[in-house]
Design a protein around this ligand. Structure first.
Ligand code: GCB
Length: 614
């Protein structure tokens, strides 16, 4: 199947995804915002005492909530007042940051923590509008400003925001959030994951002040390679219709005047014959500027196409081999934990670069925006996925909606990043009718939001019943995606490393084949022979033998071994070796490279040579 992007069809799709201002993204990354990061007061509340009264009724559903509802941020007024909490005397945590690695007492905590930040409003014109923007909170957030509920958000890895124009005060604002990271069977992810359930306000919090009418969102992409056609749209919030938008890509001498329709939407299309296309070797990005009324939004965008043709994967029409590595959003130089800043995100991507990688699989949830933007800047292609992981509840409609919301929010935030070439729907999900229906629906949604990228999912293999040396990848999901991707662990969960010498593969699809995981554990610094498990030598042997096996797979277009760095997991309890860490990293959690790192680096160096790219 050749995927061709028909510009008109693409625009129709694009517009349906940007139908109204209320349900679309707020692009804030390149705006001048007011940071609410830093120290926040916190109250750990395992019984949710600040949320429910003693009849277990939520305070925020009551007409006159008690002063003991934490969102009221009450204080003792007179000597007889009974107020059983005090944010002013509470300890603090840093935002962004997980609570588990900032406070020893919270290492294993799964429950509710109240966060409070007080702030004064920045200088604003009378007609300005204000929003509060959260990069991500894991997992459920009940958000209150000055005693009023702004809303509830569910899902730990995607951004959300509230307009607070009529609630913000010039001075003494109190922003209170109950963050709850309890796991639930019906949630996404579900109860069981092989990563730590880091709780907290794990990403940035920003106050965004914009004019009454402002540029809320935009989409831009190279929609035809032949004449280098760029298509897109821009969305004006607060528009009445007829507003003018000036669009410019100064380096490419593009200037256009657009008119917003009554929904605030304006589309554009132009040709850039002289543009250099974005690629890992040349991650060229161009400045794009939108100006409308009192508002300006500027960004940098790469232009490229990603398509498939039979078993080939094509970037800008040229065959592409993905020299990848899987990455969890975890590396905090001090205590470990969720990435807290751009420097830590960059460190992970620099290790990937050091491996000669041109691709990162950002597992198993949408990573923070720094990560994706750095990849765009550094020339690393990206696979981005949602935490539809293992066995979630396939028959519950609310679970589906939750997954779809996370998928939509991921696409909305990152749709203009050239680096992202694959949206992934799921990881190692067991085939069943209910699961197939769930993922087919999700695939349809993803395509309706963005048909300029490829779809995939990390699937599984089985062995042929008549021949244990023939591995088969067959899954109804493979029919729906563009890339047949699967995880396999020969040499670790599946026999010894030598097994890879005997196994051959049957993958009955005329599509590119991608190996989204392989690997094995090693404790950095533990040495022995290649037959001693947990040694660096054993892991090295898995890499050597697996890579030789993969090279023989028909349609093989790349791999992202598991994983760049050791990461915390509650499933990894072996004392002295794992100590709460999944040890499959090619780099340790302290940043030290293991032997397998060098095997992969050499392999990718060979693959990067032009002669072997075909
Ligand atoms: C997998 C999962 C990944 C695990 C890994 C492991 O297949 O996709 O999340 O961490 O195996 O180490 O077992």
């Amino acid at each position: 199947m050749k995927k061709i992007i028909h510009s008109l069809g693409w625009l129709a799709v694009l517009f349906s995804g940007m139908a109204s201002a209320a349900d679309t993204a707020l692009q804030v990354y390149t705006r001048d915002t007011h940071s609410l990061n830093g120290e926040w007061r916190i109250i750990v509340d395992p019984y949710e005492n600040g949320f429910y009264n003693y009849r277990y009724e939520p305070f925020d559903q009551q007409k006159n909530p008690s002063v003991n509802a934490f969102f009221t941020d009450s204080k003792m007024q007179k000597s007889t007042d009974l107020v059983e909490y005090d944010f002013d005397k509470a300890p603090t945590l840093q935002v962004p940051g997980d609570w588990n690695t900032q406070n020893e007492k919270l290492y294993y905590y799964e429950g509710s923590v109240w966060y409070r930040k007080t702030f004064d409003a920045p200088a604003m014109q009378d007609t300005d509008r204000a929003f509060v923007y959260f990069g991500a909170i894991n997992y459920r957030a009940d958000v209150y400003l000055n005693g009023k509920k702004l809303g509830v958000h569910v899902g730990g890895f995607t951004p959300f925001h509230y307009e607070i124009t009529d609630k913000i005060k010039a001075q003494g604002n109190s922003l209170i959030i109950k963050v709850d990271n309890k796991r639930h069977a019906d949630a996404v992810p579900t109860l069981n994951t092989d990563w730590w359930n880091y709780g907290g306000i794990t990403r940035t919090v920003q106050l965004v002040i914009v004019p009454e009418t402002f540029i809320r969102d935009y989409t831009i992409a190279l929609t035809s390679l032949e004449n280098k056609t760029v298509s897109g749209s821009v969305l004006i919030d607060g528009a009445k219709g007829g507003e003018t938008v000036q669009l410019a890509l100064p380096e490419l001498n593009i200037k256009q005047t657009l008119k917003a329709d009554k929904n605030g939407l304006a589309s554009f299309r132009f040709s850039v014959p002289d543009a250099q296309l974005w690629s890992p070797e040349n991650p060229q990005r161009y400045t794009v500027e939108f100006q409308s009324g009192a508002d300006t939004l500027t960004d940098k965008v790469g232009l490229r196409t990603i398509t498939t043709k039979g078993k080939q994967l094509l970037l800008n029409g040229e065959p592409l081999f993905l020299r990848g590595i899987s990455v969890h959003e975890e590396y905090s130089a001090e205590n470990g934990g969720r990435v807290r800043n751009k420097g830590e995100a960059k460190q992970l991507l620099l290790w990937a670069k050091d491996l000669n990688a041109n691709f990162v699989r950002l597992a198993h949830y949408p990573h923070n925006e720094d990560m994706v933007r750095l990849a765009d800047e550094m020339g690393l292609l990206v696979w981005s996925e949602i935490p539809v992981y293992w066995t979630i509840n396939w028959t519950n409609e609310a679970t589906y909606q939750n997954a779809e919301d996370q998928l939509s929010a991921m696409i909305e935030r990152d749709k203009n990043r050239a680096a992202i070439i694959i949206w992934s729907l799921a990881n190692e999900t067991p085939v069943s009718d209910a699961r197939n229906r769930f993922l087919a629906r999700l695939a349809k949604k993803a395509r309706s939001l963005d048909n300029t990228r490829l779809l995939s999912a990390a699937m599984e293999k089985h062995y042929r019943s008549d021949n244990p040396n023939i591995a088969v990848v067959e899954d109804p999901l493979a029919e729906l995606v563009d890339l047949v991707s699967f995880n396999q662990y020969i040499g670790w969960y599946d026999g010894l490393p030598e097994k890879a010498e005997h196994v051959t593969w049957e993958i009955p699809y005329n599509k590119p084949v991608f190996i989204s995981e392989f690997g094995g554990g090693a404790k950095q610094g533990y040495h022995g022979d290649a037959n001693t498990i947990w040694t660096e030598e054993y892991q090295e042997s898995i890499y050597l033998k697996t890579l030789a096996m993969l090279d023989k797979i028909d349609g093989y277009v790349g791999t992202s071994p598991w994983i760049l760095a050791d990461f915390r997991s509650p499933r990894r309890l072996l004392n002295g070796i794992q100590d709460d860490f999944n040890r499959k990293g090619v780099v340790s959690n302290k940043g030290i490279k293991k032997k397998a790192f060098y095997v992969l680096r050499d392999y990718y160096q060979e693959k990067a040579k032009p002669a072997t790219q075909e």
